[in-house]
Design a protein around this ligand. Structure first.
Ligand SMILES: [Cu+2]
Length: 671
């Protein structure tokens, strides 16, 4: 039996490395090269482009708060399409999307400029969808969009949005967007709810298309009443109170069923919240970070670093797969070995239609590493301490970072603010959407040293553990490298405190939990497509003796007895904490992979993890602060505790965005 990449991994997990059979080794070798577009990653020169340090996003205005003397930082930020040199000079530029201030055209960049926010000072953003051309006509998506998922579905028209469609062709219409502030403590209408998307105000929107998602009108009315600023067509006005602890946040698209493609095309940026009791560090942190009004040539010692995997074509365009065969490591017929099964809406077994989407890939691994918008950049670092805010901005890839000269990371914080104390780490594990606020001390690294930030995570789904025993590390020639640090002499005195002497503000203790919820992570194979592998290695339909084709999708749900109950995006809400309630959520992972689970609106404390048949263990040292995303390992229950303090409709989901887009997301309601 041929194993899919996922099944192979599961077999590896169960049997252990010592029992690998020869044919499995062949599969392993085949996996060593990550498939992608027509530009071979090995042909891209490394460490020729300096790291871009995203400047602070320019404000549009300062506004007075209604009935108060507080000021609001006001931004008008649009998503636009443009070309950027992501590959090194000499190679073609790439068409991407990103955010930029409409009142400062030079601010359009992938990744987006950083929004700098101050504790309790509100930030208001008018998010504008400007995915239109010079004639005001809508732009099509850069990437193939599968319409058979439960997705935004503008062609469904008003009343037919946010549903599955049965059209197997890629979507060619105007692009819906809605922005989520990841880590935000937002009112529901400002959270970027996946069904609150909006199309651009193009002058050729197709007749009959819905221009907004099913929750847009309600949230528009609520936000206009709250903030007094109208939502004009093609936009939404969100306001962020910034009343939570200082933290490394980021903003990115969250549209139902197409987040993977919207984010892969580029729109994402850092949002750094500073000040308040959560930022009261005893000692001096390395800085400064980019700020508004900085003179040219300013030196920065606090730098955000967004790591993403991408694949490219020879013409510089982004590659993202356009058919399910890619995920299976197969071809499309007639090229052998091929995947030849019926897809939605064609008939499969038992007289029933297929339930497998034709374009969608259950995960995606790029073969090139992009850091702050460039492939494999370098950064000159002085012989001093630096503060880096790492973000794993990959779609599916878990990163396991290590410095090639053995320098340690001092991790100070995670998604929800500072840890109780700095922790020294040789390796930094980051699941998709996780952040690590770290200090690296280059003081004693000799001038001229070239240090590679390496990635030892796998080029495939992560199940926990360390290489080489538990999995093969990423290809050391490509995805095993992230960026390079080049040590140069110090140009000024380093006034920062050695990391082991920093005293960090401990997160305030959470009250006793009043309720424990059991929720589940599940995976399903096809119910109507059964397959076998023929003598030529082709995977074909076999309704008589075949095995279920899979995976169809991963899901969240509840727990009954010792089994997961899978629920879909549009099933009734099952999680509704009371306003102010403190709850423990037990995340039962019944799948074969680790999933980074993100709960919107709150930050949680990771209490412990427990194998389904074993003893509990406490959180990792770097998980002892507040977090908003946690790795739930296969075959384990992960317990997280939070106070659900603000009423509203929010979501929780897996941040492998391919999973999130295809049912591994659930709404939940506070109050
Ligand atoms: Cu997942």
């Amino acid at each position: 039996m041929r194993l899919s990449r996922r099944q192979f991994l599961a077999a590896g997990t169960v049997t252990g490395a010592s029992l690998v059979l020869p044919w499995q080794l062949a599969v392993q070798r085949a996996l060593a090269q990550v498939a992608g577009g027509t530009l071979p990653p090995g042909s891209i020169p490394k460490y020729v482009t300096p790291l871009v340090i995203p400047p602070a996003m320019p404000r549009t205005a300062k506004l007075k708060v209604r009935g108060g003397n507080k000021q609001i930082d006001y931004y008008e930020i649009a998503v636009r399409q443009f070309r950027q040199q992501i590959l090194p000079p000499g190679l073609p530029s790439t068409t991407v999307w990103s955010y930029g201030s409409v009142t400062s055209p030079g601010s359009l960049n992938y990744p987006a400029f950083t929004i700098e926010a101050k504790w309790t000072a509100p930030v208001r953003v008018k998010w504008i969808n400007q995915l239109i051309d010079a004639n005001g006509h809508y732009l099509r998506h850069l990437l193939p969009i599968d319409q058979t998922l439960h997705w935004a579905n503008p062609p469904g028209g008003p009343g037919g949005t946010d549903q599955e469609a049965f059209d197997p062709t890629p979507y060619q219409g105007p692009v819906p967007i809605v922005t989520h502030l990841h880590g935000g403590h937002s009112t529901q209408e400002s959270d970027g709810y996946p069904e609150a998307w909006f199309l651009p105000a193009a002058n050729n929107l197709p007749a009959g298309y819905a221009t907004v998602g099913s929750f847009y009108a309600q949230f528009k009315a609520e936000a206009e009443a709250l903030y007094g600023q109208p939502w004009t067509p093609g936009s939404a006005v969100f306001q962020y109170d910034n009343d939570q602890a200082a933290a490394t946040m980021w903003y990115h698209d969250h549209t139902l069923g197409m987040t993977r493609a919207n984010v892969y095309a580029g729109p994402a940026g850092f949002y750094l919240l500073r000040g308040g009791p959560g930022d009261e560090v005893t000692g001096v942190l390395p800085g400064p970070a980019p700020a508004l009004g900085d003179p040219a040539g300013m030196k920065y010692y606090e730098i955000p670093i967004a790591i993403q995997d991408r694949s490219f074509n020879a013409d510089g365009s982004l590659f993202y797969p356009d058919n399910r065969a890619f995920f299976e490591g197969l071809n499309q017929p007639p090229t052998q070995p091929y995947l030849d099964i019926p897809f939605i809406p064609d008939q499969a077994c038992d007289g029933l239609p297929s339930d497998i989407s034709p374009i969608f890939n259950p995960e995606f691994f790029g073969n090139t590493i992009v850091v702050n918008g460039n492939t494999w950049p370098f950064l000159e670092v002085e012989q001093r301490r630096y503060r880096f805010r790492f973000l794993n901005g990959c779609n599916s890839r878990f990163l396991l970072l290590e410095l090639s000269n053995g320098l340690p990371f001092w991790q100070l914080g995670a998604e929800g603010g500072f840890l109780p104390a700095p922790v020294q780490l040789k390796r930094l594990l980051l699941g998709p959407a996780e952040r690590a606020d770290v200090i690296v001390d280059f003081t004693n690294a000799p001038v001229g040293t070239k240090i590679v930030l390496q990635n030892l995570g796998p080029d495939e789904p992560f199940g926990g553990g360390e290489p080489p025993g538990d999995f093969d590390a990423a290809d050391p020639n490509t995805t095993g490298q992230v960026m390079q640090f080049r040590v140069v002499p110090r140009t000024s005195r380093d006034t920062s405190t050695p990391p082991d002497r920093l005293v960090l503000p401990a997160p305030p203790p959470l009250p006793q939990a009043t309720r424990t919820r059991q929720v589940s992570l599940n995976e399903e194979d096809s119910r109507t497509v059964r397959i076998r592998t023929d003598a030529n290695g082709n995977v074909v339909l076999d309704c008589e003796d075949g095995e279920p084709f899979g995976p169809r999708f991963a899901l969240l749900g509840t727990v009954a007895g010792d089994a997961g109950v899978s629920l879909r995006w549009d099933d009734e809400i099952t999680e509704h904490p009371a306003v102010g309630a403190t709850e423990v959520w037990e995340l039962y992972n019944f799948t074969e992979d680790a999933h980074p689970i993100h709960i919107h609106e709150i930050t949680f404390q990771v209490l412990e993890r427990q194998p389904l048949d074993g003893a509990a263990r406490g959180p990792e040292s770097w998980e002892t602060g507040r977090k908003d995303t946690v790795i739930a390992y296969p075959g384990e229950t992960t317990r997280v505790k939070a106070t659900y303090d603000r009423a509203g409709l929010f979501v929780w989901h897996c941040h492998i965005v391919e999973h999130e887009d295809h049912e591994m997301m659930r709404p939940y309601r506070i109050g």
